[in-house]
Design a protein. Structure first.
Lengths: 106, 119
């Protein structure tokens, strides 16, 4: 299963609403997770099962979708949210990541 | 708290072998699936392999099948990745990661260890 993530990069300002999409080449139900990675650090889980917020993650992060189309939304961007975001399908092996979306400061 | 610490990275010549280790603590290691994920410098994430809680039934991404072997020692709380026939394309940070349960989703990552394949 291949995951196509878009856009590959975007520029945003503090307070903006940001939307990142991920598309699977076949249906994966809700077996889709979102991770945030900052430079030099390991990724951090944000959303699992397409829409469930990981404990401790701010509620400005949300995920929607099922089947082949998924969306990560960040409402009211904060300075600490500038990072690279990845989707991961865990529906069938081999698991596959999207190519990433780098969110930087406009 | 959950801790994962990778070791064993370094520089290896093309065609060589390397074994990575990941020491786990802060959770019941024998109850969870464990993963390896890699990231070439400046590139995206690539899922590499998973081993289930009992050490059986590993799964691999296609590019490492037949060359890499994932295993675990539940008595020592250590995850391994044996890497053989290494090529420049295997140069990457290698992350050890914990599954939420058996094969659900990755909920925690180690800091990573760098493997460089170069002559």
């Amino acid at each position: 299963i291949q995951m196509t993530q878009s856009p590959s990069s975007l520029s945003a300002s503090v307070g903006d609403r940001v939307t990142i999409t991920c598309r699977a080449t076949q249906g994966i139900g809700k077996d889709l997770d979102w991770y945030q990675q900052k430079p030099g650090k390991a990724p951090k889980l944000l959303i699992y099962g397409a829409s469930s917020l990981q404990t401790g993650v701010p509620s400005r992060f949300s995920g929607t979708g099922s089947g082949t189309n998924f969306t990560l939304t960040i409402n009211n961007m904060q300075p600490e949210d500038f990072a690279t975001y990845y989707c991961l399908q865990d529906s069938s092996f081999p698991w596959t990541f999207g190519q990433g979306t780098k969110v930087d400061v406009k | 708290q959950v801790q994962l610490v990778e070791s064993g990275g370094g520089v290896v010549q093309p065609g060589g072998s390397l074994r990575l280790s990941c020491a786990a603590s802060g959770f019941i290691f024998s109850s969870y699936g464990m993963h390896w994920v890699r990231q070439a410098p400046g590139k995206g994430l690539e899922w590499v392999a998973i081993v289930l809680f009992d050490g059986m039934t590993p799964h691999y991404t296609d590019s490492v099948k037949g060359r890499f072997s994932i295993s675990r020692d539940n008595s020592k709380n250590i995850l391994y990745l044996q890497m053989n026939s290494l090529g420049p394309e295997d140069t990457a940070f290698y992350y050890c990661a914990k599954d939420y349960s058996s094969t659900s989703y990755i909920d925690f990552w180690g800091p990573g260890t760098l493997v460089t394949v170069s002559s």
